[in-house]
Ligand binder design. Structure first.
Ligand code: F3S
Length: 387
């Protein structure tokens, strides 16, 4: 792999042991995947932030590191809202460990914005190279923005943040971004919601696996795309998808899809996911809510009180910029939390059934929260929470 003089100096240990090891990790990764060079990145998003997922060993490893991020870098959601963990009912022992994890990342220069939607906080542009790790963020960056990132593991994303580069292979290369399978959606109605797109992603992810799908027959907006990609990354391993005439690369490069395997998907197949099972709580914001989603939730809650717990998750920066909307939501008794989510917070484990409007959450709730999951539209979620 070609390395420049700065890289050679880092590898020689001139900038400390941590950067030496981190660049060593990136070079090793690059060699495994056949990268010819490193590419400078615009930002990093680092997973492995919840104590629920990294545990004591991960915390000790973070504490052993000594360097600072050289590009803007944020964290993935952690196990609790940093400022409101007591109110959320998080165990103090867990909170102490989670705070230690956060402090370790802060020492490494990672901004304490704990979100899977970093694209709402900092502009990310078409063609930018990134080292992001949360699967829905990776999917959104590649597909909806047209930026370029592989799905990094936590250590790889952290190494990239500290070095400012990542190995140039996989989705960083244009030749690896072409569609590999055609998904022809039939029976779409104008009333498709983010829950429908999430359910489509849940279904399609199982069919396409780790291939790059090219969708026809749908015209989702950005929230619909977010829901579609997040779910496909959960039930499949889709890090990039295209939607004909909607996602940016299909507009810039008219891809030739002739000869690709075609998978037809009927709307009726997706509707079977909308099962009616009893739930004890409702959770919205997987991935974290956009300002538009918060506004929809506030509108649907106007004049109502919640009867069962209703959790809404969003990035702190989005909450800060939409204070009035958040206040309107919380007036109903619902809670809008930053930093965490329904999947990584241990608090959600207390419920036997959880209603969500997200295909990704539907995929993860059973294993991560030990609860039955049900998907419904945002409207249905608010109705169930308030009636
Ligand atoms: Fe984000 Fe948590 Fe869903 S990290 S994509 S809200 S599982």
């Amino acid at each position: 792999m070609q390395l420049d003089r700065d890289d050679e100096r880092i590898l020689a240990g001139e900038q400390g042991e941590t950067k030496q090891k981190m660049l060593g990790l990136l070079v090793a990764l690059g060699k495994v995947f056949g990268a010819e060079r490193l590419v400078p990145i615009k930002s990093a998003q680092v997973s492995g932030a919840s104590y629920k997922t990294i545990g004591e060993y991960g915390l000790q490893w973070l504490d052993s590191l000594d360097a600072k991020a050289v590009v803007p870098a944020v964290l993935n959601p952690i196990g609790m809202p940093r400022g409101r963990w007591e109110e959320m009912g998080v165990d103090p022992g867990f909170a102490e460990k989670q705070q230690a994890v956060v402090a370790a990342y802060a020492r490494l220069g990672i901004a304490l914005e704990c979100t899977c939607t970093p694209y709402y906080l900092r502009e990310t542009a078409f063609g930018d190279h990134l080292a992001w790790s949360e699967s829905s963020a990776v999917s959104y960056a590649n597909s909806v923005i047209g930026a370029r990132t592989n799905r990094e593991g936590g250590p790889g994303a952290l190494a990239a943040a500290l070095v400012g580069k990542t190995p140039c292979y996989g989705l960083h290369l244009g030749r690896n971004r072409k569609p590999q399978v055609l998904v022809r959606v039939e029976g779409r109605g104008p009333e498709w919601t983010i829950a429908d797109y999430g359910a489509l992603g849940y279904h399609a992810g199982k069919l396409v696996g780790n291939r790059i799908p090219f969708f026809t027959g749908i015209r989702p907006d950005r929230d619909g795309l977010k829901a579609l990609g997040a779910a496909m990354a959960a039930t499949g391993a889709v890090a990039l998808y295209h939607v004909d005439g909607v996602t940016p690369e299909t507009k810039k490069n008219p891809y030739d899809t002739a000869g690709l395997e075609t998978i037809p998907v009927e709307r009726a197949e997706i509707q079977t996911l909308f099962r009616d099972i009893p739930v004890e709580a409702v959770a919205l914001g997987c991935p974290h809510c956009s300002p538009e989603e918060l506004a929809t939730i506030a509108r649907l809650l106007a004049g109502k009180r919640v009867k069962i717990p209703l959790y809404v998750f969003a990035a702190q920066g989005v909450i800060d910029r939409n204070r009035k909307t958040v206040a309107a939501i919380e007036k109903s008794g619902a809670k809008v939390y930053a930093d965490t989510c329904m999947v990584v917070s241990p608090v959600m484990e207390q419920y036997a059934g959880i209603l969500v409007n997200s295909g990704k959450a539907l995929a993860y709730v059973p294993d991560m929260c030990h609860a039955a999951g049900r998907i419904g539209t945002t409207e249905a979620c608010i109705r169930v929470a308030t009636e």
